[in-house]
Design a protein around this ligand. Structure first.
Ligand SMILES: Cc1ncc(COP(=O)(O)O)c(C=O)c1O
Length: 485
């Protein structure tokens, strides 16, 4: 069954009269794509998976130069909490533009920055907000990760970092060292004293036991390793962790395990940095993912959705870590006024409209419908996630199961599913080990009708790919093992 593309669900909003339409690409979309292929770096990523030229976008809908419309479950890699061009964001941007405020002003104080900081601090977990300091970083999550690591190295006088299997923290040196994915570190290993610890992952359990026992063993191993005088771990400057691994394949950490990490680090005076770059702003069904477990971290790294579609990244930390000298972590683009205005409006809207709760409810519905499909479609090995951060792990049902019953990954099938989704008007990206996890990151504003359409298109694409012989991927190149953010 091929579903119609361009139904009312997919409609992009008309361009309001009196306002200029977005510039149309010179030549047709195919010409633009040809020029991109010949001029841009071979490290380009999403552009390989989605050979489309978006010209307009509204809410969950992206319209290509060829007039086709797509439901966007990638949302700018989890950035667009309110979808594309939400009226609240546009209004904040127009108001700021009309006000004559400076658009770029380094790290000087502005009314917009003050307002953004108020909006952000209002949403932060209790016990953290009251003693929080904020540092505005270069406008990418990776720079805020660098800042957090450096802050804790300065505060503790130590160098090493504890990071987890499957972690993704960014592409700059320190963040890349903390990242788990080996493919993006090659050919040159990055410097950095990182001790890799096992992240709980019930389906492909690092201890080969699965379930809650895997998480228990991870905590026991972490604690014993840190206390072993011959364990090879010099007292570290920090532990950095994601409460739900995003690029690692939508793997949520159990709340109890996260509380154990907090206890273990607190008892050994190791600062705990929680990387909420992807999980923040309602995505996981709470404003901040740490709120599910109730832990209070020493630092939180925030980016993506906090800029309301525009680039913004900050590290927020407990004031007693603030041992930096002036200029200790500088950067030119730390005063993006428009991002602060859009970000403040987004944070307030998410809180006022209860969108985190909405993400929890819709996410649970999508996850349970996908889980129910596993008997019908045995290529679905696992369905998991939290809120609207959902992963569907694709496997080879004919393969040998491992000790926990996990079937071998099916990367080639996953590429065909992604291509099949695109053909059916659905943008989904892959992630996780071997790039076999279909990741759903729709905006928090997704309607029930749109959620149903996503499920129908995805189910149809998986069923079609599962019944088609291997080697028939259409339209897209495999990007297995490549880093994306
Ligand atoms: C958890 C996490 N941390 C850090 C980053 C890096 O952010 P950026 O790509 O903006 O540098 C990402 C990007 O996906 C991420 O998911």
């Amino acid at each position: 069954m091929t579903l119609a593309v361009g139904s009312p669900l997919d409609q992009a909003a008309p361009v309001p009269s009196g306002r200029a339409a977005a510039p149309r690409p010179a030549g047709d979309g195919d010409a633009v794509l040809r020029r991109q292929r010949s001029r841009e770096s071979s490290a380009r990523t999403y552009a390989r998976s989605f050979p489309i030229v978006p010209v307009r976008a509204h809410g969950m809908t992206v319209e290509g130069a060829d007039g086709r419309r797509y439901l966007d479950c990638l949302s700018g890699a989890g950035t667009l909490a309110l979808g594309h061009n939400h009226p609240v964001v546009l209004e904040a941007l127009r108001r700021t533009l009309d006000s004559g405020a400076p658009l770029h002003i380094l790290d000087l104080a502005t009314a917009e920055k003050d307002d953004f900081t108020n909006a952000l601090f209002d949403t932060l977990p209790t016990g953290f907000a009251d003693r929080a300091r904020i540092h505005f970083c270069g406008p990418a999550g990776t720079d805020a990760v660098e800042a957090a690591l450096k802050l804790m190295q300065t505060a503790t006088g130590r160098r090493g970092v504890l990071a987890f299997t499957g972690a993704y923290h960014g592409m700059t040196a320190g963040a890349l060292a903390a990242t788990g994915n080996v493919a993006v570190k090659e050919p040159l290993p990055t410097a950095g004293e990182v001790t890799r610890l096992p992240y709980p992952y019930p389906y492909r359990c690092p201890f080969g036991v699965g379930g809650e026992r895997g998480a228990e063993l991870s905590a026991v191993y972490t604690e014993r390793l840190l206390d072993d005088p011959s364990g090879g771990v010099v007292a570290p400057a920090a532990m950095i962790v994601e409460a739900v691994q995003g690029e690692g394949g939508a793997v949520p950490a159990p709340d109890g395990w996260l509380r154990e990490m907090r206890r273990i680090t607190a008892e050994r005076s190791i600062p705990l940095i929680v990387d909420e770059v992807q999980t923040g702003v309602g995505r996981t069904g709470a404003m901040w993912a740490v709120q599910h477990s109730g832990i209070v971290p020493d630092a939180m790294v925030l980016s993506k959705a906090i800029g309301g579609s525009l680039p913004l990244a900050v590290v927020v930390y407990r004031d007693d870590y603030d041992g930096w000298l002036p200029g200790a972590h500088t950067g030119t683009f730390r005063g993006n006024t428009l991002a602060m205005a859009a970000g403040a409006a987004t944070l307030r809207f998410v809180a006022a409209e209860g969108l985190a709760e909405r993400a929890a409810a819709v996410g649970a519905r999508i996850t349970s419908r996908l889980t129910a499909l596993r008997t019908e479609l045995p290529v679905i090995g696992d369905v998991r996630g939290r809120g609207l951060m959902i992963g569907v792990e694709l496997v080879d049902p004919a393969g040998e199961p491992d000790a926990c019953g996990a079937l071998p990954p099916a990367p080639e099938l996953a590429v065909r599913v992604r291509a099949g989704c695109l053909e059916r008007g659905l943008i989904v990206e892959l992630g996780g080990r071997h790039d076999t996890v279909v990741r759903l990151l729709p905006p928090l504003t997704i309607s029930d009708e749109q959620a149903d359409a996503v499920l129908d298109r995805l189910t149809d694409a998986i069923a079609a790919a599962a019944s088609t012989p291997a080697g028939t991927a259409s339209g897209t190149a495999a990007t297995a093992g490549q880093g994306r953010a």
